[in-house]
Design a binder for this molecule. Structure first.
Ligand code: G1P
Ligand code: ZN
Length: 539
């Protein structure tokens, strides 16, 4: 039954910030998935006795791709696959299943927060035995392999039924279909005080969780409505759909519009939250109140002692360089370790494995802890609910009191999308070369303290990564420029702005950052070079 099929390489299978992400139409090309998967299997080598976890966010082509992966894994001699029922598994749940079963790695089929469907995006994230995505040193090897691939192996068998939990034998390989929700719920129950959360809902507390027609619907229904007793209907858009019902499952003020409108209306719940396509991102809202992800990381870190799993202490905290420095002040106050890494969750993995950090987060709506090696949307929601349950305070009160204690980092990200790739590369190159000359210069009252590329030297494996450019000012304000590594076509230039105030706590972020935005534009020449005078997305 094992066939060896000749193929020709694709030259575009290089992984980005989080795995391979392409337009669905690209992935539908003959042998596209097969080439990519065979390249991974070749790089892993010796697959006998190896177990992998497979699942996805249910988007278009998930079902087909999973069947291909099963048949190829069997043909390549993999011992066992653990697969989510009907092929579903969120990214955080997958990380947990890998770790719990001591599997050798796993594949989550998702393009995360990118739209799905035939005209949307598709993706594959590959994790190793840590439950976290592979480091660049491995993805580089896989990319090299894709460029010279000549053949792939596949079992010629009918599609496998994944609709019922249980074990079956496929072409000499074992398949275990599991309920993707159960293990995840058990893990959350071991971290948080579910009784305290039940009491919160018994007291009449209301929430709305928007699963955005993506993978977290079944997890959220189970945890919030069934177990914790949130009123029926608290979880909306709870059925995962292949095209996410046309939604762009990116939980931010722009794309989670339905939730934002509700939370800013007269009927708002006490608490609002949304997750992205594969369940690793989260957005937190109070009544007519939005918590920036950077602030959320700082607030969760400051409140670690309220959570049973972290009560006895945390190792430290890390953030991506682009994320605001709010959490740095918390780390200093608690005298815990503090790290800044490049953008992408994979850079946190070594820090968690070596017990340097417990919490980590990114401005892009990602927060998590060392319970797994991916960010975790529902975990963040449960953490916020736990703070509310323990303090009796609202989201807004908790955040405002945090600012009073630590000061406030006004923070906004501007995305310039659909930029020509060569133009964007050249813009960044020219910008980098002029940064050293800016030191000591003053722009509209802001004096540059230092400027240059952000270079991260991993304290664990010694690898060095360059990611983005940073201009720091003497008052603590910062401008960060980066090119996105998750898009499926063209380039996106991200500009992240931050300004700190110890006393002015109730101002409008865009207003507070007006001057710095002008400085960021004039130094980089983005408007002149791209023709864009405004960002396409502001978050
Ligand atoms: C984006 C976010 C980044 C996140 C990644 C995966 O990557 O900015 O923080 O880790 O998605 O969710 P980018 O497109 O900026 O490379
Ligand atoms: Zn995601």
């Amino acid at each position: 039954m094992i066939q060896t099929i000749a193929t020709t390489p694709y030259t575009d299978q290089k992984m980005g910030t989080a795995g391979l992400r392409r337009k669905s139409k690209v992935v539908l090309q003959p042998n596209y998935i097969e080439n990519f998967m065979q390249s991974i299997f070749n790089v892993i080598g010796n697959l006998r006795n190896k177990t992998f976890v497979v699942g996805g966010d249910g988007r278009f082509y998930n079902d087909k791709a999973i069947q291909k992966i099963i048949k190829m894994a069997a043909a390549n001699g993999v011992a066992k696959l653990i697969i989510g029922q009907n092929g579903f598994m969120s990214t955080p749940a997958g990380s947990n299943v890998i770790r719990k079963n001591k599997a050798d790695g796993g594949f989550i089929l998702s393009a995360s927060h990118n739209p799905g469907g035939e005209n949307g995006d598709f993706g594959i994230k590959y994790s190793n035995a840590s439950g976290g995505q592979i480091p660049s040193s491995v993805s580089d090897k896989i990319y090299q392999q894709t460029l010279s691939l000549k053949e792939y192996k596949i079992c010629d068998i009918p599609d496998i039924d994944l609709s019922k939990p249980g074990v079956q034998d496929v072409c000499g390989m074992k398949i275990e279909v599991i309920d993707p929700v159960k293990d995840y719920v058990d893990m959350m129950q071991n971290i948080f005080d579910f009784d305290a959360l039940k009491k919160l809902f018994q007291s009449g507390f209301t929430m709305r969780f928007d699963a955005m027609n993506a993978v977290t619907g079944p997890y959220a229904l189970k945890i919030f409505e069934e177990i914790l007793g949130a009123p029926k209907g608290s979880v909306v858009n709870a059925v995962p759909l292949q095209d996410f019902g046309g939604l762009h499952p990116d939980p931010n003020m722009v794309y989670a519009k339905e939730l934002v409108d509700f939370m800013y209306s007269e009927h708002a719940a006490d608490f609002g939250a949304a997750n992205d396509g594969d369940g690793d991102r989260n957005m937190i809202l109070g009544k007519k109140f939005f918590v920036t992800p950077s602030d959320s990381l700082a607030i969760l870190t400051d409140n670690f002692s309220l959570i049973p799993a972290y009560k006895s202490g945390i190792y430290g905290v890390a953030k991506s360089a682009a994320t605001s420095t709010a959490v740095k002040r918390v780390a200093e106050a608690h005298a815990i370790g503090y790290y800044e890494v490049p953008t992408g969750w994979k850079y946190f993995v070594n820090l968690m494995d070596s017990k340097r950090i417990t919490f980590c987060g990114e401005e892009s709506f990602g927060t998590g802890s060392s319970h797994i090696r991916e960010k975790d949307g529902i975990w963040a929601v449960l953490f916020w609910l736990s703070i509310i349950a323990a303090t009796g305070k609202s989201v807004e009160q908790i955040t405002r009191e945090h600012w009073q204690k630590y000061g406030r980092s006004y923070y906004v990200r501007f995305d310039f999308e659909g930029v020509d790739t060569d133009l964007a590369d050249k813009l960044m190159e020219d910008l980098e070369s002029k940064l050293p000359m800016l030191q000591g210069k003053t722009f509209s009252g802001y004096t540059v303290s230092d400027a240059g590329a952000f270079v991260y030297n991993d304290p664990v494996d010694g690898s060095s990564t360059k990611n983005g450019l940073i201009i720091r000012f003497t008052d603590g304000s910062r401008i960060v420029y980066r090119l996105s590594g998750t898009g499926s076509s063209g380039a996106t230039i991200r500009v992240y702005l931050e300004r700190f105030s110890k006393t002015n706590l109730d101002d409008d972020p865009l207003k507070m950052l007006t001057e710095i935005f002008k400085i960021a534009m004039s130094i980089s020449e983005i408007p002149e070079r791209t023709g864009k005078h405004q960002a396409d997305v502001i978050t």
